[in-house]
Design a protein around this ligand. Structure first.
Ligand code: GLU
Length: 472
């Protein structure tokens, strides 16, 4: 029986959860969730000088916002140093590792010699008796590099081969007894039962070294899938300028977690021509063969497009709550009470969400619902509000007042009828009415606008523009 799938995300907490890390986590999460497996989180905090609690918090927050839930508690790699040392003892006992008593100067000389001969470093201590070393001399523990070529069979990169001479006798424990990176990763992945390692292809060479350690310990090798990194739109390495930002920056720009996820999924993975995947579809469809071998390019237009699709897919009440939270946290807090605002937004959301590709755009599209009044009407719209138009608005207010049914359809019919009864084209009513109802802010059709605002608010906005004493 195949082992149940276990994947992991293993960030180093030296910065935020950037977009590349988020994609790696997403792929690992999808692969686990789609296969009824587990998705584990390991914080690779062995670099004590560079690891910070702030970075750990940012990573956990980022994953949580993205909806990438992990199983169990996050594992601290640093806390497992004793277990790493235990594995080193095992390697020493098997003769797969040895104590190296070379001084730093000796190592430097050996390295120069190896370099001149076009090979990696081999320590003379691999074949010497540790008893030859001066008593109490400091030592590192090194891995005994093999003589055979190293082959990694990668689910994305295919078969990748390295000549044995490319790998030195890797340090497993430093002179202070601190375990090194590749050792810690192998021991942790083994102990956590990881079956599939999906990560950036900057770790491909590490996979070669790690494979040697797995073999030396007689441990089952996980499946490796090394994914090409994300590049900028110009094909160059991703930089801050391109959008190599933390996921919280994308959140602040107004992307939905579902949208960013759907975009990241397609950034380096394909499944036929399908462009957009809901979460369930993604879990169902995600597979390793669909991972691309070529680097992906970040494309903000595409991201906006996909996020727009996610907005359409999003639940109206949820979107309303997100938008309200965003507005209430912003600098220009809406001046109306939140219940009124909520009910207007909820009514309008099915239409508004088709007109925006981010929450920021949604806020602009929804602005007319909660804009502060009286409006300052300027430019063309102000011109359209001449005396004649204002008197006409007063007549329109009367007509609308008498309407029993306040729906988009009924209002549409009433407006048409009104224009006919006035003997004018619809534009002559439309422009001043738009000015009165929205102050010129972006908004959908006027009948829809009035339906969203409700009767009382719509009439009050119209009356505000009527000549004094004329309106109902
Ligand atoms: N800690 C490594 C990183 O953040 C990842 C190691 C791994 O996935 O094996 O790049």
């Amino acid at each position: 029986m195949p082992k149940p799938v276990v994947t992991r995300f293993a960030p180093s907490p030296t910065g935020f959860l950037h977009i590349g890390g988020a994609r790696t986590a997403l792929f690992s999460w999808l692969f686990a969730r789609g296969n009824g497996g587990q998705f584990l989180l390991r914080i690779e905090d062995t670099d004590r000088a560079r690891s910070t609690q702030d970075a750990i918090d940012a990573i956990l927050d980022g994953l949580t916002w993205l909806g990438l839930d992990w199983d169990g508690d996050a594992v601290s790699q640093f806390a497992r140093a004793d277990r790493h040392r235990e594995a080193v003892d095992q390697l020493l006992a098997r003769g797969q590792a040895f104590k190296c008593f070379c001084t730093p100067d000796e190592v430097e000389a050996l390295r120069a010699e190896a370099f001149a001969e076009g090979r990696a470093l081999r320590s003379p201590w691999r074949d010497r008796d540790p008893g030859d070393a001066p008593a109490g001399a400091p030592f590192t523990v090194r891995f005994r590099a093999g003589d055979a070529d190293v082959v990694v069979r990668d689910a994305v990169q295919g078969e990748v081969k390295w000549a044995a001479k490319e790998f030195d006798d890797l340090i497993l424990l430093r002179t202070d007894g601190v375990p090194t990176y590749n050792l810690a990763v192998v021991v942790d992945d083994h102990d956590m039962g990881v079956t599939h390692i999906i990560r950036g292809d900057d770790h491909l060479t590490n996979a070669a070294r790690q494979s040697q350690i797995y073999a030396a310990l007689d441990w089952d090798l996980p499946v490796f899938a090394h994914i090409p990194l994300i590049h900028g739109p110009d094909g160059k390495k991703l930089s801050k300028r391109h959008g190599a930002l933390g996921v919280e920056a994308y959140r602040d720009m107004g992307y939905l977690p579902e949208g960013l996820r759907a975009y990241l999924l397609r950034l380096g993975w394909a499944h036929g021509d399908q462009e957009y995947f809901t979460s369930d579809e993604a879990k169902e469809a995600f597979d390793l063969p669909g991972l691309n071998k070529a680097p992906a390019r970040l494309d903000f237009d595409k991201l906006a497009h996909i996020n727009g699709l996610a907005m359409r897919d999003a639940d109206d009440a949820g979107l309303t709550a997100l938008l309200m939270a965003r507005l209430q946290a912003g600098d220009n807090q809406p001046a109306i009470d939140s219940e009124t605002m909520r009910s207007r937004l909820l009514r309008a959301m099915p239409v508004l969400k088709t007109r925006a590709s981010t929450l920021a755009e949604l806020a602009d599209q929804a602005y007319f619902l909660y804009a502060e009044r009286p409006f300052r009407i300027e430019g063309k719209l102000a011109k359209a509000l001449d005396d004649e138009a204002r008197s006409r608005l007063a007549r329109l207010a009367e007509t609308l007042e008498a309407l029993d049914e306040w729906t988009d359809a009924a209002l549409g019919a009433a407006l048409k009828e009104f224009a006919e009864s006035e003997g004018i084209g619809f534009g002559k009513v439309g422009q001043p009415l738009r000015a009165a109802l929205t102050g010129g802010a972006p908004a959908p059709d006027l009948s829809a606008v009035m339906a969203f605002l409700g009767k009382e608010e719509s009439l009050s906005r119209i009356v505000e523009q009527c000549p004094p004493g004329t309106a109902a």
